[in-house]
Design a protein around this ligand. Structure first.
Ligand code: PEP
Ligand code: MN
Length: 350
């Protein structure tokens, strides 16, 4: 259910409606919009009795949200969600394209700094790097853990890049929330509902990757798990799905972008690296993602991919990343976007 407040409803009226909902034993989620505030109601098993609600001061109407995902749906919020990062002009979901770049894994300080320097110089605003890695083989490199988080915090200080890294379980979630700017929840964990709920209790944006075979509805229901706990800053990420195709690691499903945008206000990024698994496919698919109205891209970059400890074959070289930035910058205006080039002032004293 959704309570739509009148455009001129006062903050007190909004608060009173929220309190009323909570007294009924449900959870109220006020969602401010450009025209009016809507209040999502969750926690109800069936229909909420709308009678009393409609009588409350400031209420315009009470409507049923027909989609199974509520807070993620455009019924609740018409405007696109834009996620801002305090102290920077970086944002995800607005007119500006967001670019997240970096290695699959943080391997050591030198490697991470060498790559961060290059992606910062090319104008990325976000740095990615795995500290906890979901590897198919238990014998493969599992990530440096806390040491990697510390290295990335240094990278933030030095290059002004916001840090995106994956949490694998409750233990790493706490650490990632403490050290990073965006918590990534990977494809394999898209339906780890207890992890999603825990991430929903935190106050850090969550980058949620699409599961290997998730439908649009399953994907948005996972976002809903995070949002239902009160964390509304969810960024979706299309990273390819399993199909019969064997020319690439996965099949990049770009048509999910307009499909998501139609029903949800959440931003959606594209990961052309995991979607294809092939360096030669990354640039063309990054261009296609921007042309296809993605809110940005997340891409793996490595200065020595031939010796990378994970995902070397899909990691592009820094020079290719710089080319990619130039190319998507040219495509951006066609779809009414801008690629902000963050000129990072490197803090040489550190
Ligand atoms: C990653 O981003 O390094 C990763 C493991 O991605 P995914 O969860 O999409 O496979
Ligand atoms: Mn990877």
């Amino acid at each position: 259910m959704l309570v739509v407040m009148k455009a001129q409803a006062t903050p007190e009226e909004i608060r009173a409606v929220c309190e009323h909902i909570e007294k009924l034993g449900f959870r109220a989620h006020p969602v401010p919009g450009a025209q009016r505030t809507a209040i999502g109601i969750t926690g109800n098993k069936g229909e909420v009795d709308r009678g009393n609600l409609e009588e409350l001061p400031g209420v315009a109407e009470v409507i049923r949200v027909s989609k199974p995902y509520k807070l993620a749906s455009r019924d609740v919020k018409q405007e696109n969600t834009v996620i801002h990062f305090a102290g920077t002009d970086a944002a995800i979901g607005g007119q500006n394209l967001a670019v997240i770049a970096g290695p699959c894994s943080i391997e050591n300080r030198e490697q991470a700094f060498a790559i961060a320097e290059k992606v910062a110089a090319a104008g990325a605003q976000f740095f990615r790097g795995g500290a906890y890695k979901p590897r198919t083989s238990p014998y493969a490199f599992q990530g440096l853990g806390l040491e990697a988080l510390r290295i990335m915090a240094e990278i933030r200080d030095r290059f002004g890049l916001r840090i995106v890294t994956e949490a694998l379980d409750s233990e790493s979630l706490e650490l990632v929330a403490e050290w990073a700017d965006v918590i990534q929840i990977g494809a394999r964990n898209m339906q780890n509902f207890s992890l999603l709920k825990k991430a929903g209790k935190l106050h850090k944006p969550v980058l949620l990757k699409r599961g290997l075979s998730a439908t649009l509805e399953e994907f948005l229901m996972s976002a809903e798990y995070v949002m239902s706990e009160g964390n509304y800053d969810v960024i979706l990420c299309e990273r390819g799905v399993r199909t019969f195709s064997d020319h690439a690691r996965n099949t990049l499903d770009l048509s999910i972008i307009p499909a998501i945008k139609r029903v949800s206000h959440l931003p959606i990024l594209v990961d052309p690296s995991h979607a294809t698994g092939r360096r030669d496919c990354v640039l063309p698919m990054a261009r296609a993602a921007v042309a296809g109205d993605a809110d940005g891209i997340i891409v793996e970059v490595h200065h020595q991919p031939e010796v990378a400890l994970s995902d070397g074959p899909q990691s592009i070289y820094p020079a290719q990343f710089a080319t990619m930035m130039n190319e998507i910058e040219q495509i951006a205006p066609v779809v009414g976007r801008v690629l902000p080039r963050c000129i990072h002032t490197v803090d040489a004293t550190r």
